[in-house]
Design a protein around this ligand. Structure first.
Ligand SMILES: [Zn+2]
Length: 94
């Protein structure tokens, strides 16, 4: 399959992307069961990037280009992706 060509077509690329995520989820579900790991799928609307991993306040105006998370509430300055990964590691189903 010409995946890179398909990715140039908006409608096709969306379905290719969905299919990849579906496969990825199927794969991690299978691996988790195999190794007895409890898999938690976070809600798609959970603001893992916008939440401060230190104090829990939410930065509504965080932009995609903001690579560093700087909390206006507690002053924490942390790498954006690291902040999101900390939040997801602490994520619990409500
Ligand atoms: Zn904070």
């Amino acid at each position: 399959l010409n995946v890179s060509g398909m990715m140039k077509n908006k409608h096709l690329s969306d379905s290719v992307r969905r299919q990849c995520f579906y496969k990825f989820r199927e794969y991690i579900t299978y691996k988790s069961e195999l190794y007895g790991i409890k898999l938690v799928i976070a809600d798609r609307f959970y603001p893992s990037s916008k939440t401060c991993s230190h104090c829990g306040s939410i930065k509504k105006d965080l932009k995609l280009k903001d690579r560093v998370y700087s909390c206006s509430h507690c002053g924490t300055v942390i790498d954006r992706d690291y902040n999101a990964s900390l939040n997801l590691s602490m994520y619990k189903l409500a």
